[in-house]
Design a protein. Structure first.
Lengths: 121, 220
């Protein structure tokens, strides 16, 4: 299963940074996922629950922010949201555009974690 | 004990992408042009790759190849008949190649002795889309027997490609393959990329294709 491999990479990516920040238990992982990233959210959720067992992420929630594909249209000189990925054309003027400015993200934006670091006022 | 929000801003595939970037830098430093070939199983990657390698060797170029499959080394054996160094990557179930596998299988090769490195990915139009292997160009292949709407069915992979090849073009008439529609559909998903048509069996389009590969090396 492909999403299982992605989930493993996700846990590795978070674990390193979490430990470095003094996190003892992760409660939430906020993932930005672009429409062109090639990952199915449901499969990823399923895999996430499996892969996090026995790690500081066990029991944490994976919260996915879905991001649309953004294309730059030279004719309009503007960046637009592409309504789907069946046609790479400017949604306003229909000019073909392969200039993708967003939509490939697969990024852990932030986590909510319990830490043993005291907050300074 | 506190509960805090920690900014991470880390790409999930950062490890793969970092490895891929390192590979790309090392290959470029040695003057190697690397292509990553993706398609369905059975499109004809190995057949066209074999002809491409032989043609480049005949022109005095130095070529090498890594071939990915779940099981068997059949494709590596076929390609090795060209006389070029070829290694098989057997993934034993993993549905795509990753930068780590490429790095591991390049160990021991002197990059300064290679002009063109070919990576034949696992036959799969879904998963390889997400993994940078350190290539300079991603080649997507579809055969005339697969139908002209393939690009619309697999937009993520077709969109990630830099050049498209339509193989088995000699079978187009027998399969009632709509070439104009295939070109249109490729460009609908990935505007402006070059499209080549080849038949390995009938030796159609091979010289143009090899000429294009040669021309890419000047650009790295």
């Amino acid at each position: 299963m492909h999403e299982l491999s992605i989930a493993c990479s996700l846990v590795d990516a978070v674990s390193q940074d979490a430990l470095r920040a003094g996190a003892t238990r992760v409660l939430e992982v906020h993932l930005r996922l672009g429409a062109l990233a090639g990952v199915v959210e449901d499969s990823l959720q399923f895999s996430y629950d499996i892969v996090t067992r026995g790690t500081p992420l066990e029991g944490s929630k994976l919260i996915v922010e879905r991001l649309p594909v953004l294309v730059y249209c030279a004719a309009c000189n503007d960046t637009k949201i592409l309504p789907g990925i069946q046609s790479f054309r400017c949604p306003v003027c229909s000019a073909p555009t392969g200039d993708v400015r967003g939509g490939r993200e697969m990024e852990v934006a932030s986590i909510v974690a319990e830490t043993d670091v005291e907050e300074t006022a | 004990m506190n509960t805090r929000v920690l900014e991470i801003r880390r790409n999930v595939l950062s490890r793969n992408d970092e490895l891929a970037a390192e590979l790309r830098a090392r290959l470029h430093a040695a003057g190697v042009l690397t292509t990553n070939w993706v398609s369905s199983p059975g499109t004809g990657k190995t057949e066209l790759l074999g002809l491409t390698m032989r043609a480049l060797l005949a022109r005095g170029r130095r070529v090498a190849a890594l071939v990915g499959d779940l099981e068997t080394d059949n494709d590596a054996v076929r390609l090795a008949r060209s006389g070029a160094p070829v290694r098989q990557i057997q993934t034993h179930g993993i549905c795509h190649l990753e930068a780590q596998m490429i790095g591991d299988h390049l160990a021991g090769w002197d990059f300064t002795e290679i002009d063109f490195l070919f990576i034949e990915n696992v036959g799969n139009l879904v998963c390889p889309a997400s993994y940078d292997l350190g290539e300079d160009r991603r080649v997507v292949l579809l055969s005339a027997t697969e139908g002209e709407d393939k690009p619309l069915k697999y937009p993520k992979l077709f969109h990630s490609a830099d050049v498209a090849v339509i193989t088995k073009i000699d079978l187009a008439e027998a399969c009632e393959f709509d070439r104009a529609a295939a070109h249109r559909n490729i460009h609908e998903i990935r505007p402006d990329i070059p499209i080549f048509e080849t038949s390995a069996k009938k030796r159609v389009g091979i010289e143009e294709w090899v000429g294009y590969i040669e021309s890419l090396r000047a650009s790295i």
